[in-house]
Design a protein around this ligand. Structure first.
Ligand code: CAA
Length: 250
């Protein structure tokens, strides 16, 4: 049986990218815009980055705290009124609050779990009913190598990112019959402000264990997102795609 694709031109499709104005998210916004999609780039605090992103990509930026359930619902309503129904959701927003567990505060735990994992629930909860009605959707969750293998100093982050992988698989099972794919990407260490903020001796020690001999580029992750966002990849569902320069093979 040939695949059921709605053949919606990319310029009629709306992609929502959380954390879409900086780092990996900005590269995703640019790549989706280059494919012709309309993009709603969500951001939390950095107004300058949001303005630069709008100017550079002609995406529309929306200020939202993705850790807040009702703010996510309100944002999706506003985006759908402004740009049209969301056909692609990229859950990319993520923070780190690294600490060994025996020093970690409840605030550090909750901030990372809510921003990185609960946000996936909140955004999916807001867009999935519409995708089910229209029988089409693409959801891409940006997890991490550290959700696959664990990382010293990141019980909160590793738990959130591993949670995204389980979440992806469960939602893929629920959504496949409705023309919706839900996949996860696990980037390794990528050149962003997040990795630049690490202690340089620790980062250099990690880079020594990357067989590729280098960190990844944001564009290398964005390319996988555009691949998974395409109507042509409808048979890839519940997958976890690693992009880590060979650092961890699963
Ligand atoms: N394995 C085993 N032992 C380790 C270790 C490791 N990977 N790293 C540190 N240790 C040991 C140290 O040798 C040290 O031992 P001693 O006390 O005997 O000397 C002890 O643990 C304490 O280590 P630190 O000095 O590093 O402790 P700290 O409290 O100053 O810092 C930390 C803790 C902030 C978690 C720091 O270790 C750190 O930044 N680690 C890296 C965390 C990391 O990889 N973050 C990734 C951010 S980017 C990202 O997350 C993006 C993505 O998706 C990949």
């Amino acid at each position: 049986m040939p695949p059921k694709t709605p053949n919606i031109p990319t310029d009629k499709q709306v992609a929502l990218v959380t954390g879409g104005t900086r780092g990996i998210g900005l590269a995703i916004t640019k790549a989706l815009r280059a494919e012709g999609y309309k993009v709603a780039a969500l951001y939390h605090g950095n107004e300058t980055a949001a303005k630069n992103c709008e100017r550079e990509t002609e995406a529309k930026s929306f200020k939202v705290d993705v850790a807040d359930f009702s703010a996510c619902q309100t944002a999706v309503d506003k985006i759908e009124k402004t740009l049209g129904p969301v056909t692609i959701l990229v859950n990319n927003a993520g923070i780190t609050q690294d600490s060994v567990l025996h020093k970690m505060t409840p605030d550090q735990w909750h901030a990372v779990i809510e921003t990185n994992l609960t946000s996936c629930f909140s955004l999916c909860r807001a867009v999935v009913p519409g995708m089910r009605e229209r029988e089409y959707g693409r959801i891409v969750n940006i997890s991490s190598i550290n959700g696959q293998k664990g990382q010293f100093g990141q019980t909160n982050y590793s738990a959130a990112k591993a949670g995204m992988i389980g979440f992806t698989k469960a939602l893929a099972l629920e959504s496949a019959a409705k023309g919706i794919t839900v996949n996860a990407i696990c980037p390794g260490y990528i050149e962003t402000e997040m990795t630049a903020a690490m202690r340089s001796d620790i980062l250099q020690a990690i880079i020594r264990h990357i067989p590729a001999g280098r960190m990844g580029c944001t564009e290398e992750i964005a390319h996988i997102v555009t691949f998974l966002a395409s109507e042509k990849t409808g048979f890839i569902n519940g997958a976890t795609i690693s992009a880590n320069g060979g650092q961890y093979m699963i």
